[in-house]
Design a protein around this ligand. Structure first.
Ligand code: PLP
Length: 390
């Protein structure tokens, strides 16, 4: 469960003049630069070499529903989920996409009914990931439309819906379950952050349509690989059709690289186990834990901000208790400050505004995934914010 930690002291402040000259610290995007150091250490172990004559076909040599999925990627993904214990993979179809952004849109298409005279509502409990409304309504589809906060959704009145459950949730890091209490709804589970560096793994997720992303699993956002585990064959077929018409498959080069990196993770885990900073998830968990400790120390000395708090839980993968260390800090400003985004912009700190997540302007989402330089500059600057000044 999430709670709130409040601070009670105050610290030295910056004058208006000195603030204007500060370089901008941009913690709006969730670019996962935090893991680059680990992969730099891995050196050539993950280097890929693709001869000019390889991976040229649209198709993959597979009998899969997802006809462009490389068999080595499928094998690597199934092996990874079995090793981490975060999702049931048996009797599931695997659909690969160009990032989970495409997988999400393919899922919306697959779960809506073309013959229906009204678009199906897509809802998610606020604060929800800011891209859900944007992606849902971008093409003004006749199949689906954004229906807002799932907690407010009245299925009796408004009819069929798709609920997106993001767990742990971007932006606030809380573990979630569906909230609309009605049988005519369909569910999409977005597990972008259900990896041991961000949250304790308590059991393998087992839902009809779940998706994951390589972007947040290992930090390789640039490869643009996401995947869905789908129970129903027809849904997997429709998702594949969407991706076929949208991008005619998914880059084989990226799939190949992803397979290589995931295979390395699994081999290392089998060979060296967890008790080494060479294990990616152990490393990632320690790095995130350190960042959260440092952030909480700074917030604890300020009387301006608060953060959600999380209880320690047993992580089945790490084999020890761990706290959630979310990819984002859901920063809340004290009562007198109406707009946390504008307040921090006054110190040249950029985050993502609470309203974009269907929440109050008192909240700002701050990325915890930036490079060390940016993150520790941010902490220094935050430390210098003493009190609220209008
Ligand atoms: C909750 C959530 N889902 C999905 C995505 C999309 O990730 P990608 O398209 O890189 O797989 C993100 C990216 O930040 C995210 O935070």
């Amino acid at each position: 469960m999430c709670g709130t930690e409040r601070s009670s002291h105050s610290i030295a402040c910056l004058s208006n003049g000195s603030r204007a000259n500060l370089p901008v610290i941009d913690l709006d995007p969730g670019n996962p630069a935090v893991f680059e150091e680990y992969w730099r250490r891995m050196g050539d172990k993950c280097r890929v070499d693709i001869p000019g004559c390889d991976l040229m076909s649209y198709k993959a040599p597979t009998g899969n529903v997802c006809w462009f999925l490389l068999p080595e990627l499928e094998e690597a993904i199934r092996r990874l989920h079995r090793a981490v214990g975060n999702a049931v993979v048996d009797e599931r179809h695997l659909v690969v996409g160009t990032g989970s952004t495409q997988v999400f849109q393919a899922a919306l298409y697959a779960l809506s009914t073309p013959a229906s005279h009204k678009p199906i509502h897509v809802v998610s409990a606020a604060p929800y990931y800011s891209s859900y409304p944007e992606e849902t309504d971008f093409l003004c589809s006749r199949l689906y439309k954004w229906g807002g906060d799932a907690k407010e959704y009245d299925a009796e009145k408004s009819g069929a819906f798709i609920e997106v459950v993001n767990s742990p949730n971007n932006p606030d890091g809380c573990m979630r379950q569906s909230v609309v209490n009605a049988s005519q709804g369909k569910l999409i589970h977005d597990f972008a952050y259900y990896w041991p560096q961000f949250t304790p793994i308590n059991s393998p997720a087992d839902h009809d349509l779940m998706y994951f992303t390589f972007s947040k699993c290992t930090g390789h956002a640039g490869s643009r690989i996401g995947w869905a585990l789908v129970k129903d064959r027809e849904v997997a077929v429709k998702m594949t059709k969407y991706i076929e018409l949208n991008t005619l498959g998914v880059s084989k080069d990226s799939q190949f690289r992803t397979a290589k990196i995931i295979k390395l993770l699994c081999n290392d885990y089998q060979k060296i186990g967890l008790n080494s900073s060479n294990n990616f998830f152990e490393y990632g968990n320690r790095v995130m834990a350190k960042r959260w400790k440092n952030l909480r120390d700074v917030i604890g000395r300020s009387d301006v901000f608060s953060l959600p708090t999380f209880e320690r839980q047993y992580c089945c993968f790490l084999g020890r208790p761990s706290r959630p260390y979310p990819a984002f800090a859901w920063l809340k400003c004290k009562e007198e400050i109406e707009d946390c985004g504008s307040f921090l912009r006054g110190y040249n700190i950029e985050g993502r505004h609470g309203k974009r997540f269907g929440a109050d302007a008192k909240y700002l989402r701050i990325s915890m995934l930036s490079s060390d330089d940016v993150f520790y500059d941010f902490l220094d600057r935050l430390s210098a914010i003493q009190t609220f000044q209008q």
